[in-house]
Write a protein that binds this ligand. Structure first.
Ligand SMILES: Cc1cc2nc3c(=O)[nH]c(=O)nc-3n(C[C@H](O)[C@H](O)[C@H](O)COP(=O)(O)O)c2cc1C
Length: 366
């Protein structure tokens, strides 16, 4: 297994079926936002401190009353199921979560139903990411199922009620969901099945078309009270990048903000997600802010924490680990990130999370 991200990515893209490469590696438009997400971390530097050596470091965090051994989580990746060589990548991710204590945020778009995924979390908490369908009863059914299956929080993704302009997918014509892949949460749902004339397995095309009709609801602020009413579990909203949106969502009762630009896959606005994080953190006050988009190294994790993220989401890197070596591959990727972060904290004199504050980060000119 490669240690450096660049080698991991190159090797995984060779290993993945060509039908998936564009979907996983590609982004929106000319992909400048996707690239900026990564390169923006290189413009942030950290000033080391000496005479603060500590043999023990503590990377643990507190989130919604849970003590987590690391500040990482695995961001929701629809089609992660297909990235595994055995076609059950959601279950593999859940097993890796169990092994590492790094929570998985399970996407709505899974190969295996959310209940089967949750069965492998072990003692690690799992979160369910909701793509809000136009049918409110279906949304409610997903949330109810997630609660019963033991998920510990609901993450509502706001930036993907319609798919962004993705030239690579348009060129390849390969959009997995439109081929009926990763729709098991829908196909196993009584409410969704009631919308079909025949069971999905008897008419996959009709079921897939029905999915396409109901997949994304263009949510507005008027929908927030309804979303809030769906669950007593911690509710997070994913895709928040503007401080005013963070404030308004918190006023509307959400428990967590998830600052992300979807890894540059949805809208090609040009600003790296990490550059939007500090303002969101400031606006969020005491409310936890989860962050992802562009994190590739353990030092990136430290920079995001120092800029105020409560927890840091890993996206494509774990998909590539999975593609190469299943559960072991994900565990390897997470352990590399954590080892680098831990050594960085050790050598630079920041033994605990509390030592990682905005003032240790300096913007590098040019
Ligand atoms: C192939 C792929 C599928 C994704 N599917 C979802 C999804 O189902 N739900 C969601 O909220 N975000 C999804 N995302 C976005 C991730 O949760 C995360 O925001 C993004 O991967 C972070 O960017 P990075 O991978 O460049 O670090 C997906 C990302 C990728 C790469």
């Amino acid at each position: 297994m490669p240690i450096r991200y660049e080698e991991l990515e190159a090797k995984a893209l060779e290993a993945l079926p060509h039908t998936l490469v564009d979907y996983v590696a590609g982004g929106c438009g000319n992909e400048r936002t996707q690239d900026a997400n990564v390169s923006a971390f290189d413009r942030l530097g950290i000033v080391p401190r000496m005479f603060r050596a500590s043999r023990e470091r503590d990377l643990s965090i507190e989130l919604f009353g849970m003590r987590l051994p690391t500040p990482l989580f695995m961001s929701p990746i629809g089609v992660i199921g297909l990235c595994a060589q055995d076609g059950h990548g959601d279950v593999a991710t859940a097993k890796a979560a169990s092994r590492t204590g790094v929570p998985m945020v399970a996407s709505t778009l899974t190969v295996d139903p959310l209940e089967d995924v949750a069965a492998h979390f072990g003692a690690t908490p799992g979160f369910f990411q909701l793509y809000t369908p136009t049918d409110r009863d279906l949304a409610e059914s997903f949330v109810r199922r997630a609660e019963i299956a033991g998920y510990k929080a609901i993450v509502v993704t706001l930036d993907t009620w319609v798919t962004g302009w993705r030239p690579r997918d348009l060129r390849s014509g390969h959009f997995p969901q439109l081929r009926g892949h990763c729709l098991e949460n829908y196909f196993s749902d009584e409410r969704f099945r009631s919308m079909l004339l025949k069971p999905p397995q008897d008419d996959l095309q009709a079921a897939t078309l029905q999915w396409a009709k109901i997949f994304g609801c263009p949510l507005t602020w008027d929908d927030l009270p309804w979303l809030r009413s769906l669950t007593k579990l911690p509710l997070l909203v994913k895709g928040i990048c503007h401080p005013e949106d963070a404030r308004r969502a918190i006023d509307g009762g959400v428990d967590g903000i998830y600052c992300s630009n979807h890894g540059g896959r949805q809208a090609n606005g040009g600003i790296a997600a990490i550059d939007m994080l500090p303002a969101v953190v400031k606006a969020a006050g005491k409310t936890p802010v989860l962050f992802d988009s562009g994190v590739r190294t353990g030092v990136d994790v430290i920079k995001a924490l120092a800029l105020g993220a409560t927890a840091v989401g890993i996206g494509r890197p774990y998909a590539y680990g999975l593609a190469l070596d299943g559960v072991e591959g994900i565990v390897h990727v997470l352990r590399c990130l954590l080892a680098e972060a831990d050594l960085f904290m050790a050598i630079n004199g920041f033994p605990t999370r509390a030592d990682l504050q905005p003032e240790i980060v300096q913007r590098i000119a040019g």
